[in-house]
Design a protein around this ligand. Structure first.
Ligand SMILES: O=C(O)CCC(=O)C(=O)O
Ligand SMILES: [Fe+2]
Length: 295
């Protein structure tokens, strides 16, 4: 495992999968000519110009999560699971804390390149005290069982943020896959209507007929899904929707292949967990990765 090694990002962050909000599409960018050639027509149709892409708690607050027949929804072909995560009181207090931060004049980043509203939890110092223990103690035993092929037993970093939708802010989220091996999406509240999530195919196995399913939010509960499962969110019709998103990463898996550019990652320095990659020495790389020995 990556113990003690600094985390890195892949240089493709600056060229692959750049989200152009105006057209609701992702593009790869090498230079202006390539951009216009590859996307000019479709971007014009979708209402934008393809020259304008820009780069992009404590333990007692958690319900114990356990896989039982009654609390786990299993969408078999898509490997999506629903599970209880927080208490009602915790969700309320959490949103209040985030609203307080929103109203402060502290510097704030955007949660990711697609969501404009929400909070990056590392900016609130919540990684060490909250998200890392949640991932290591509660989620990893479950992901080890559900996603052994994606490094579910050795998810060793994350990017955690809360997304917020309201009528005068973001309403919906375009179709995408996450920069994660496994994602947890927890519905925190508040009151809202519509805004369901939808899930399509896994990015690596496109089927001839797109096969989308809609999944409703259930307050305090979470959905676990593969990061590569194509998904998005339908527009809300009223109220405010706040969801905690944890993109969980396995350096053992992504060091072999960056999920965003589908190539051997080109490591660049990064802060904190970076994008979950680590430097590997030649002798570290076994012929095959033994995913279970790491757990
Ligand atoms: O709107 C949501 O709940 C989903 C957000 C999401 O898919 C993401 O941020 O990666
Ligand atoms: Fe996502």
């Amino acid at each position: 495992m990556a113990a003690g090694r600094p985390f890195r990002a892949c240089a493709c962050f600056f060229s692959a999968n750049i989200f152009v909000g105006r057209c609701g599409m992702h593009v790869c960018y090498r230079d202006e000519r390539q951009l216009r050639r590859d996307y000019g027509r479709v971007a014009a149709r979708r209402g934008g110009a393809a020259g304008s892409a820009s780069g992009s708690a404590a333990d007692e607050d958690f319900h114990v999560i356990y896989p039982s027949k009654h609390c786990l929804l299993f969408l078999t072909d898509k490997r999506i699971f629903r599970l209880p995560v927080f208490t009602e009181e915790f969700c309320q207090a959490f949103i209040e804390e985030l609203e307080n931060f929103e109203q402060s004049d502290m510097p704030k980043g955007r949660p990711n390149s697609m969501n404009n509203y929400g909070v990056l939890l590392n900016e609130l110092g919540m990684d060490e005290s909250f998200i890392t223990p949640l991932r290591e103690k509660y989620l990893r035993p479950i992901t080890a069982l559900l996603y052994p092929d994606l490094g579910g037993a050795c998810l060793d970093s994350h990017k955690a943020f809360v997304v917020k939708y309201s009528l005068h802010e973001d309403l919906d989220l375009s179709s995408h896959y996450d920069n994660a091996e496994v994602t947890l999406n927890v519905s925190l509240g508040k009151d809202f209507t519509e805004g369901n999530l939808y899930f399509g195919d896994f990015r690596q196995d496109p089927s001839p007929v797109p096969n989308y399913i809609e999944v409703e939010h259930v307050g305090t509960q979470g959905l676990l899904h593969r990061g590569g499962q194509i998904h998005g969110a339908l527009p809300i019709a009223s109220g405010e929707r706040w969801n905690l998103i944890i993109w969980m990463r396995s350096s053992a898996i992504r060091n072999q292949l960056c999920p965003m550019c589908n190539q051997k990652p080109q490591l660049v320095e990064a802060e904190g967990f970076g994008d979950g990659f680590t430097e590997t020495c030649e002798e570290d790389v076994p012929e095959t990765v033994d995913l279970c020995s790491v757990w």
